[in-house]
Design a protein around this ligand. Structure first.
Ligand code: NJP
Length: 231
């Protein structure tokens, strides 16, 4: 397809894999993140566009949507993937770490959707894909900040799904289990993770599947886990 897709958090991990898989499918990919060098390396592969932007900033979010429309003249798909997490007992979280997690995961998704939806409504077409988490559906010790942010992001997108459906706009949420990325300052590629984690490309193929649903079908939710993960 020649669809235009914005992928946030595309410099590494899951977002990078999504950007590459969509580009291989023929999409024009707009890769968004803060790290300019990693983005440049990616767009060399995707032959798409990259935009240095911080999803927690309203002006950046607006510029991503406007810049995409200026460059390609259209926008079909928004993948809200940028996200951060860290894990601790509640009383050990600093207020600023709490804010960083919520600003990125919740507000970042809000700001990108807010900027894109008027455009999707005007064209009576569009697809928002949120990379949520299985922890939007379960709780665990040390997950108060991250888990609460993912429940919030999930609830927001579930509400938005009902708001935009009358305009022919799809909202799909993907709930991965453990994925081998740079998340929470880890380094992918360890022998242990190979046995216990999904790969970023597993999530990218789930995104591709969701996007390929026929026009009259919307896949609202898709959860996937490594076979070895208990949850
Ligand atoms: O993490 P990582 P993942 N503005 O650290 C970007 C969810 N998830 O791929 O800005 C713009 O490798 C950052 O780029 P940069 C998770 O909650 C994961 O695992 O240059 N971009 C980088 O490209 C998250 O929603 C697992 O630093 C910002 C990317 O985000 C999504 O998957 C399990 C940004 C993070 O890459 C991708 O995470 C699960 C900002 N303010 C859900 N802040 C898992 N890994 O196990 C960060 O269920 N980024």
């Amino acid at each position: 397809t020649d669809q235009v897709a914005i992928v946030t958090g595309a410099s590494r991990g899951i977002g990078k894999a999504i950007a590459i898989v969509l580009a291989l499918q023929g999409a024009k990919v707009v890769a968004v993140a803060r790290n300019e060098d990693e983005l440049a390396e990616l767009t060399h592969k995707t032959k798409g566009l990259s935009m240095v932007a911080d999803v927690t900033m309203e002006s950046d979010a607006e510029q991503v949507i406007e810049g995409t429309l200026l460059h390609y003249g259209r926008l079909d798909i928004l993948i809200c993937n940028a996200g951060v997490g860290s894990f601790n007992e509640l009383e050990n979280f600093t207020s600023s770490e709490w804010d960083r997690i919520f600003d990125t995961n919740v507000k970042g998704t809000f700001l990108l959707c807010k900027a894109a939806i008027p455009h999707f409504k005007a064209q009576k077409k569009g697809h928002i894909v949120g990379i949520a988490s299985d922890v939007a559906r379960r709780t665990f010790a040390h997950g108060s900040a991250y888990g609460a942010s993912k429940y919030a992001q999930d609830a927001m997108l579930a509400s938005v799904r009902k708001e935009v459906r009358p305009y022919g706009i799809k909202v799909s949420s993907i709930y991965p289990g453990l994925v081998d990325t740079y998340f929470n300052d880890t380094t992918p590629g360890s022998a242990e993770a190979e046995k216990t984690h999904l790969r970023p490309t597993d999530i990218a193929h789930a995104v591709r599947y969701v996007l390929e649903a026929p026009p009259h079908v919307v896949i609202d939710e898709l959860m996937l886990h490594p076979l070895t993960q208990e949850w």
